[in-house]
Write a protein that binds this ligand. Sequence first.
Ligand code: IFM
Length: 735
Amino acid sequence: MLERLWQLTELQFRPDEQHHHETLFTIGNGYLGTRGAFEEGYPGETPATLVHGIYNHAPDTLVPELVNAPNWLVLKIWVDGTPFGIVQSTENHMRPPQGVIFGYERTLDMRRALLRREALFRAQSGAIVRVQFERFASLADVHVMAQRVRVTAVEGNPTIEVESVIDADVSNQGVRHWRSDATTIADGDTTGVEVTTAQSNYVLGMASRLLCDGAVESIDDERRPASRTRFSLSREQTATLTKLTTVYTSRDVPNSPLEAARAKLDEATELGWDLLFSAHEAEWAEYWDTADIQISGDDEVQRALRFTTYHYLIAAPRFDERVSIGAKTLSGLGYKGHVFWDTELFIVPPLVLSQPQLARNLLMYRYHNLPGARNKARANGYEGAMYPWESTDTGEETTPQWSDPGADGTRIRIWTGDNEQHISTDIAYAVWLYWRWTGDDEFLRRYGAEIILDTAVFWGSRVEKAGDRYEISQQIGPDEYHENVDNSVFVNRMVVWHLETALWLVDYLHQHAPDDARRLVDTLDLTPDRLTHWRDVADKMYIPFDEERQIHVQFPGFFDLEYVPVPDYTPRTTSLHAILGHHRIAQTQVIKQADVVMLMALLGDELGPREVLLNNWHTYYPRTDHGSSLSPAVHAWVAAWLGLTDVAYEMLYHAVHIDLHDNKGNVGQGIHAAACGCVWQAVVFGFCGLQIENGELKTQPNLPKHWTEVSFRVYYQGQLREFTVRNPEAVPLSQ
Ligand code: IFM
């Protein structure tokens, strides 16, 4: 196994990339995520630790957001009194005022979920030290984080001071979510804080211990308790210090989270770095055993694919079914930690096939939040369950109604919370996909069916009768450049899928789980009239289609809009939305992201004959801006499946590097989670053509010319199955 294909390495600290790289080098364990800021800090840094489920609504913000937790990373080092670290000068290059860093390397070992950093540092005294840091957030015990620092005297006999801090003086880019009163502990090598969110009243307790050979004294600071030690090194001598940190919240324990964190800290101290790390490594080996895809013939995409897989794995809750993955995972403050359809259609599918338990947890989050979805339906005058476009801990709609002010101070009305209603069907689709692949009847009967059926109840009440057909007005499909359109083909066709699936499911339950069928018929009021209505809607829904061109029409009137040749705007570094403006783009045929193409990804051949699907592709692909990171991977998937391998590879290459190359310029705000999940689907469903046919798995590969082989493992009906698809005519890339 080539280790370099498991590693992301940075050989130079570049101030202009610091926020981007803080995101890339995030570590996490499905309970929390911590951005790759440095232990000693640097000017302009945006450190953040985000714990699933800890949201708060500050008075000066429009909507609740995931709260930045106390910073557990802080380890300050002085070498003969010179502070170790990088200081950014006003000329925007690195100029430490007193010491010099002259060797630097940082590596994220994705296989072991371990972040390492090493630097050579010359202090003002002339002493030179090598400083090596390591950190991980344990996957074996998600409440434990560990750091190790080794300081080696390379030149001279320096005196070293190390200060370990928990910094509870944190905010979300200036927005304060924690109450000002905090409980702190500063007790020799042990420090701790307990803080409470101001509006939502979540309590978080964090405890740390600095383990080293020498004496440790504590410094009690109201919000930054610290432990400090001091020692001398002779030439070539190395000192190793370990900092262990534990965290609990009131979501985990009924009483004091700080007490729980302290008890866990004692347990972790007993184990020490080596045992903690080997347990963590073993859990990761198990994760990768099923999550990894091996590609021969393309090292670049291989490594990038591991990077995208790593990022959704570190965000996926392991033991908690009341939280879900936000659009930016736990790696940044973008989209305020809110959960979108990104989770169900982009991240859940790879988890269904590789880690079904994690997929189940995410679907259970939607089950537990059915009350919020019912509230939304009722508030809008509908029946059943209408899921929020953006969701947090309560399951209520949390999409802001207005954008932040632009440069000219104007704000734009955000309509997605009102009208991007397809999310209810997206969730139903994910439940269905989970059941088809896992055969988890218990989940379907007890939880999943209720989601599919009550969202069907919503659609039954939402559709509009127009003459002898049904229509749906005022929708936003995936293409958010065209808001509030009537009869989005994506929405209408997916609603047909939804109602047909619901009808099938009612029959299935009657046959295989009559008690559950009766319970659901009663509680959801699934009367014969309602089911007849669903059948009628599914049969008579208006599906916009151009008979002459043999294509699906994104929505009636779409082709009357101004045609803008999107390819003529290549190359460009910004979206056409930014170039043309919000109002102008809505008047054009420029599409933000896969819309009809998304429909093809979800329904495949059910949507129509291949000829129509190819026509759709050739119509919509050249009109698509890929203004959303969700777009390229869906295009890669569909193009590969249609046998358009060259363009499929181009799209995959783009998609898999969205975060690594920061194509969108906003990775500092967090990882594009949906793109990460969808590249897995592009490779497995698209290039390898994996599908279920008559209850059997089969592959129908269309590999890029230079890929010689792709291997992966998936669970199907509880059995782990291994696939290798080969390309005997592969033409290797010249190195
Ligand atoms: O859910 C997406 C949407 O499809 C496009 N805008 C960003 C959202 C969050 O990723």
